[in-house]
Design a protein. Sequence first.
Length: 417
Amino acid sequence: KAMNVLLIWVCGLATSAVLAKQTFHGDKVFRVKLQTEEHVALIHKMKEKIKLDFWHPDTADRMVPHMDADFRVNSDQAHSVSILLEQFSVPYEVLFHDLQEGIDAQLDNKKIQKSKGHSYTKYNTWEKIVEWTGNLAKKYPNLVKKVDIGKTVEGRPMYVLQVGNANSATKAIFMDCGIHAREWISPAFCQWFVKELIKGKNNIRELVKSLTFYILPVFNIDGYVWTWTEDRMWRKNRSPSDDGNCVGTDLNRNFNISWCDIGSSTEPCSEIYCGATAESEIEAKNVANFIRSHVDSIKAYISIHSYSQMLLYPFSYTYNLAPDHKELDEIAKGAVSELKGLYGTSYTYGPSASTIYPTAGSSDDWAYSVGIKYSFTFELRDKGKKGFLLPQSQIKATCQESTLAVAYIAKYVLAHS
Ligand code: ARG
Ligand code: ZN
């Protein structure tokens, strides 16, 4: 008996950090409608005392009057937050009264949920995605190849799917999903899009005759696994910081373009930590190396995030307009109008810095800087009602409409590059 107690105690020590999957009972997500500088200042004051998980924008530093801001608060502090907001007359609504309910409600198409295997209308675990990748390459050897681009910090292999049967890869499009772990609709979209290229309608399937697609279904694999096993709200990768106190770098702040400047943080515990150096993160380095070695053929770079319903293009790190601003704006306009044509979903579009918020060290600006003119970032559904917890029942429509936008960009690139 004593031995058992001792064993339990020792095991408890070893695993105490990862003992139980985190739950979010009673956690709330607020949407505050900031109207004055005072309101903004209140948020800054609050975040010093209370842990706020910023959903949109991704940091309090980006908040300005006349902006909506979404953030999560732990259950034990939710009441104080609402009292403070009321005292300072900040209008707000509660997007989630109980976040755990939202997490559970995500997997809402029960019938499909019960099926064990990979599904395009489900959020798939990393294991299921690996299996799917292997099966596709086996089933369509002439159309789909797995390209090993290196390993994650926890040692998981990163595969880019090369889709296409163009004789020589003279024109290619690179697309990644899942830079941020909790944005589950993003990897779902990459999987869907691969399916469309293989067995979709003619006008999409024929793209692979003249274009090569390089698709990275999950960029931040370790983080994605972490959102399934430990913390659904995780954003960054899983590399420990040098001082050992915090885990994770924001991979979309780690690229070598105005690195660690505006919209990033040097603080390892921050959600927008830029890392020790540009490309300090192996996942970002692997992707950058792959793109560098194919830079002559890659004509477009597309990065998929959620949420906000936006189509963004450079610059992010400055408010200056990109040299190709006019052309990129025209393309974005066309793409969102295609998207809207299907179910009426409206997207805003424009340069990242002014349309969403400025960020340095982001992949789209970096791709643009190495000569990939057609560089875009999507923020998929929704506009915050469900946010990162977009229900599975919306995967299909979200992916269908977004496919139209990506296909629009692909066709444009084919005709103009
Ligand atoms: N939501 C994403 C992020 O916080 C993208 C923000 C816009 N920046 C960009 N480079 N597209 O990283
Ligand atoms: Zn993101």
